[in-house]
Design a protein around this ligand. Sequence first.
Ligand SMILES: Cc1ncc(COP(=O)(O)O)c(C=O)c1O
Length: 344
Amino acid sequence: MTAEAAPGNADVGVGLAGLEHHGDADLVPGLTDLAVNVRSTGTPGWLAARICGTDLAAYPDQRTAVEAAGEVLLTAGAAEAFVLLARVLRPRHAVVVHPQFTEPEAALRAAGHEVDRVVLPFPFALDPALIPADADLVFVGNPTNPTSVVHQRAVLLELVRPGRLVVVDEAFADCVTGEPESVAAQADLDGLVVIRSLTKTWGLAGLRVGYVLAAPDVVALLAAAQPLWPVSAPALTACVATASDPALREVQAWARALARERGHLLACLADLDLAAVVPDASASFVLFDTGIADVRTRLHRRGFAVRRGETFPGLMPGWIRVAVRDTPTSDRFAAALREVINHA
Ligand SMILES: Cc1ncc(COP(=O)(O)O)c(C=O)c1O
């Protein structure tokens, strides 16, 4: 696909099977991993030590974690939140804004709901006018995986209206210093559901922990659908530990370092002859169109695994998502990609 992707409502891109594809499936043993977007340096040592110190003999007690995280519903990652929402809500017209993480749509379909796709055109900025007026459930990512676009808070809030629930997946919100576009701090959450995750920032994909912020009636509905002890004691330890002031400062420093490295990667890409690069990337990855359908296999031969774009509705072969790593890795990757482009 070129930069002029099909705008508006369209069922383009992949079939349902593609919704199940995730970045870890694009990993290739032995290659430099630019496919997975979880913190590449792993769980910080101090946090791993705290988690390992958890008493495993007792049943999990959420009280301290809920106090630390605020009035929230703790979940086994954002993934559980998508499934809970899909199972308890009865939307008449559910809309998923794409390209975005495919699990919200997969969960809705698995629960028997029809899903209307709104596929944003390049450069993938959210346009409220594209959302059907009668949509009563809208899923949007912010910042969005895989585009790395951060939508403005004011634009997201424009989507909220009586009779509609707007679900904002903020799994990557920590990537943006100060989180100016997050709706998590919104005093009035009526009509809003915010999903957060500890997976990406803290390198905790294996622990399964996240949380939902929503109006009390929505939280109660979701909680009623959870099993007993839905979040493990080590996951609760992580919630408490990452809500501390030093941890919050660490996140800010991480986001600033990420921004520097992302700037370097984007500068490297600007020197290459690419069909399109999503501007103003805000998360821990960048998305671009190489215009080369078999770019991934060509990169494999040069030692790099990247996330394919075409399993995201709205993207075609040639689009790839590349994780932000350190400067030497980005330099090596840019050199490899230049060779791929020159020999295509
Ligand atoms: C945008 C987005 N939201 C949510 C998730 C899942 O997060 P969790 O590990 O908390 O289930 C992912 C994982 O790739 C993601 O990319």
